[in-house]
Write a protein that binds this ligand. Structure first.
Ligand SMILES: Nc1ncnc2c1ncn2[C@@H]1O[C@H](COP(=O)(O)OP(=O)(O)O)[C@@H](O)[C@H]1O
Ligand SMILES: [Mg+2]
Length: 259
């Protein structure tokens, strides 16, 4: 299987990017796929949620992106069956360090290619983008074949989506012609309210974007999982949120065969 690299991006915080990366990663691993998750947020929430304390790490994705270390030396196997390229707060400096570098948009792409060349193969690489449209997000979009945009269905304030799509457009023009928007993934979805449905329809019509099904329901279990250091798929196997992410993963597997 060739590698499918997806950037999970939305410059708004709290839309479930990190939760989506951790949960889809675990769901794809359950299906027998080899998965690498990359934490690109200096807050290191993904790293923490997979049971790794960033403070215990000497080396992290920051060293790969700015010091040229091999990702293979830093990748950690997690209990959720996925591999992780972890982040620490040091990554906050990467934006500044990379700003003056030639080819900065390509650092993630290059690191992933090196990994593949060293014989480490993944079926999926999921990039957990930070809540900004800075260098790291642009580098993630440059490394990806597809973008998945988690959208919180609670609020109508989706002006940010237009900006994100502008960035995708620029990336397509300058650094990654083949980048495709796979669609928006509705998160924190409350199906009992018409409001959630209306928001969803408005977004897909306004921006002409596919909606990845099913929407991820809002459930308190997601808030509890990170503290356990495992994704909700292991802590609450039959929770409706876990089931929804499994369905989304199965749909992504189908989608990729059509790309
Ligand atoms: N489906 C959900 N139901 C309830 N809470 C959720 C859900 N998905 C995510 N959350 C919670 O929302 C908060 C933000 O999620 P997170 O994945 O960190 O977003 P982001 O990475 O976009 O900032 C976290 O506290 C997370 O536990
Ligand atoms: Mg996050």
């Amino acid at each position: 299987m060739t590698t499918t690299t997806l950037a999970i991006a939305n410059q708004k915080g709290g839309v479930a990017k990190t939760t989506t990366v951790a949960s889809l990663g675990a769901a794809l691993a359950e299906l027998g796929h080899r998965v690498l998750l990359v934490d690109l947020d200096p807050q290191a929430c993904l790293t923490f949620s997979l049971g790794i304390d960033p403070e215990d790490l000497e080396l992290s994705v920051h060293h790969v992106l700015t010091k040229g270390l091999d990702a293979s030396e830093i990748v950690i196997a997690t209990e959720d069956g996925v591999d992780l390229l972890p982040a620490t707060i040091e990554l906050a400096r990467a934006e500044a360090d990379l700003l003056t570098r030639t080819g900065r948009e390509h650092v993630i792409k290059g690191a992933l290619e090196d990994l593949e060349e060293s014989g480490v193969h993944y079926d999926w690489v999921l990039l957990d983008c930070p809540p900004s449209l800075g260098v790291l997000t642009v580098a993630a979009l440059t490394a990806a074949q597809g973008v998945l945009i988690p959208l919180q269905c609670e609020t109508l304030s989706h002006r940010g989506v237009g900006q994100l799509l502008d960035t995708v457009h620029d990336v397509r023009k300058f650094t990654n012609r083949k980048l495709k928007v796979w669609g928006v993934l509705p998160t924190l979805f409350d199906g009992r309210t018409n409001h959630s449905r209306t928001v969803l329809e408005t977004i897909s019509e306004t921006y002409d974007l596919a909606v990845i099904e099913p929407p991820i329901p809002k459930t308190i279990k997601f808030a509890e999982a990170p503290a356990a250091g495992r994704s909700i798929l292991s802590t609450n196997r039959s929770n409706k949120g876990a089931m929804a992410y499994r369905e989304v993963a199965a749909n992504l597997v189908k989608l990729r065969s059509g790309k």
